[in-house]
Design a protein around this ligand. Sequence first.
Ligand code: MG
Length: 392
Amino acid sequence: MRITSVRDGVVPIASAIANAFIDFSKMTASVVAVTVADGAGRQATGYGFNSNGRYAQPGLLQERFIPRLLEAPEAALAHPDGGLEPGGAWAAMMRNEKPGGHGDRSVAVGVLDMALWDAAAKLKDVPLWRLLADRYRGGAADDTAWVYAAGGYYYPGKDVAALVAEMQGYLDRGYSVVKMKIGGAPGTALRDALKEDVQRIEAVLKLLGGDGQRLCVDANGRFGLHAALAYGAALAPYNLRWYEEPLDPLDYATHATLAEHYTPPLATGENLFSMQDARNLIRHGGLRPDRDILQFDPALAYGLVEYLRTLQMLEAHGWSPRRCVPHGGHQFALNIAVGLGLGGNESYPEVFAPFGGFADAMPVQDSRIRMPDLPGIGFEGKADLWAVLRGL
Ligand code: MG
């Protein structure tokens, strides 16, 4: 098993949106193509990109991780089932890296890891979800994945009617659960921002028949404890599906305090980039394995090799993989959800083009989606994304 070539590029993520913390109009993504030959006449090219929320990593890729990947020993790349073992490639890429400081490099490694898993499944001529179910779950894969539509961003001039119209669009596309941003009203005092958000939430809830289980809200790590508690007190009566990233993602003790005061589900984890960071959240964040949601994004956090370690860590701490609903809305995490039995996956039906969204021919029905039978991750079944990746 040998890596024969790695190509990389930088592309824009076309989006005029903003959440409570950043605007996305200048955001970029790295894309890579990794070609692998199995030594027995088969070869496959896998593709990877970084999930939204972090920028392209061309320097790290070209200076450290691509050269090391190209030098990975052939024996380390061989899986006992005759296929490619991305874990061996991961170890080669991480040679001479110190522990800690994961955000320095977890995105760059994750881009290459995604491509390696795409190639591994293509070498076996199976979808990635099937490869994962066979290797790690005794062959059992879920029939469908639960997905929810993440939107409700702030745009210049967007009012409550426009927000409700956007959410109606997601319902029309087959989603029954939606998510909206909160805490992003620019330059407003907490009392006024909360009042405005309550109006936005009530308008969307009205569209959803008043059912709080069909609505999630996301503060993108903007609040301190005082604001998080004030919002929590206002949100609790709605019994929302979850209250996402109220606090700084690395402030575990404050999460524990919030969880003592806010009874319905909390969700967080999209900005934690290693098993060790995830473990600190589980140890110290006061989260509750019977209800809270973990959103670690494998594409931002060293890829699936690391995500498998995170799932093992969760199991050791009494957490089911069903509590995991990854951030990012990409096909990689969707394959992982179906193949490894996660709770579902985020979806961005109308933003983060061309990386958000799933295969073109797979409709969402009642917030569930079936996987296509394409070899690999399935990028070739998503025309706008494939047009970008093919360019490599
Ligand atoms: Mg979020």
